[in-house]
Ligand binder design. Structure first.
Ligand SMILES: NC(=O)C1=CN([C@@H]2O[C@H](COP(=O)(O)OP(=O)(O)OC[C@H]3O[C@@H](n4cnc5c(N)ncnc54)[C@H](OP(=O)(O)O)[C@@H]3O)[C@@H](O)[C@H]2O)C=CC1
Ligand SMILES: O=C(O)[C@@H]1CCC=N1
Length: 269
């Protein structure tokens, strides 16, 4: 009998990022990856791009797959789990990527104590630079947990967290690319307004983000120490920082991150 595959319910942005990462790095054979989406066009587009298979129904997906990725919006979870429920058994491992949806919600809706891994990835998976946080239910085997970790590690880093932190972490690694892009856009707009062409500004900003991230990773260098290193007394940086502090930048970031977590809690209800 053919070995069981990986099944994806949902062929959207995140499923595409994960599948392409897994296939591109040959972490799992493409011919054993199946995707099902109510949107047939997205399903076929992912099939063609990644060279994987499509399933024409959830029943067919479950028949072929021992691991099922739940890659739909949180708002679609109830309908998807209801559609999976008739075919479910305790040997199927579920991997959720949804914001706010707890492992308990999944097993409760399925009325089955299936093993569940709850993950929180991010879109930089698309370029092999993802950061994924994950937790698991107690009945996930070490072998399965290692396998799923390796699938995400194929396109980035993996961090294991307690489930109680899985809503808060969304604001740290999953929604946060959007805040970083907003910051980049604001810097670009200002640079253009000051006569630097957009392409040059973007390249300088990207290189500065990468360099700053590398500095943050240096042992013994705190964010505060790094800020001090840039800020010459009586110089330009302090003038810029004064404006950020006047506008309560840190408080604004805190409020934004807490709003993100609150929304995850609402989505999970
Ligand atoms: N985008 C991001 O940066 C991140 C997203 N996530 C999580 O990933 C999940 C997916 O997000 P994302 O990829 O952005 O969403 P998308 O909307 O791109 O993909 C979801 C896909 O699921 C399809 N779908 C909807 N209902 C069903 C159904 N009943 N059966 C099968 N397929 C269905 C949608 O079809 P249609 O378009 O026709 O509705 C769509 O193709 C979400 O739960 C989100 O919380 C996690 C981390 C980061
Ligand atoms: O905005 C969202 O709900 C999803 C979850 C994390 C990133 N995007």
């Amino acid at each position: 009998m053919e070995e069981k595959g990986l099944g994806f319910i949902g062929a959207g942005n995140m499923a595409g990022a994960i599948v392409n990462g897994i296939v591109g790095t040959k972490t799992f054979p493409a011919q054993r990856i199946y995707v099902y989406d109510i949107n047939r066009e997205k399903c076929e587009a992912l099939q063609k791009k990644a060279g994987i298979r499509t399933a024409s129904s959830i029943e067919e997906l479950v028949k072929n797959c021992g691991i099922l990725f739940l890659a739909v919006k949180p708002q679609n979870f109830s309908e998807v789990l209801a559609a999976v429920k008739p075919f479910v058994n305790e040997r199927i491992l579920f991997v959720s990527i949804a914001a706010g949806i707890s492992t308990g919600y999944i097993t409760g809706e399925l009325d089955c104590s299936c093993p569940v891994i709850r993950t929180m990835p991010n879109t930089p998976l698309l370029v092999g630079k993802g950061a994924t946080a994950m937790c698991k239910t107690a009945n996930v085997t070490d072998v399965d947990f290692q396998l799923v970790q390796s699938l995400f590690a194929a396109c980035g880093t993996v961090t294991v967290l307690d489930e109680s932190r899985m809503n808060a972490v969304i604001s740290v690694n999953s929604s946060s690319p959007a805040y970083i892009y907003l910051f980049a856009k604001a810097m670009m707009d200002s640079a253009v307004g000051q006569g630097i062409d957009a392409k040059t500004a973007l390249e300088l900003i990207c290189q500065t983000f990468e360099g700053s991230a590398a500095m943050l990773r240096q042992p013994d260098l705190t964010p505060e120490a790094l800020i001090k290193m840039v800020s010459s007394p009586g110089g330009t940086t302090l003038k810029a920082l004064d404006v950020f502090y006047e506008h309560h930048f840190e408080q604004m970031v805190d409020e934004a991150m807490k709003a993100c977590t609150k929304r995850a809690e609402e989505l999970g209800k």
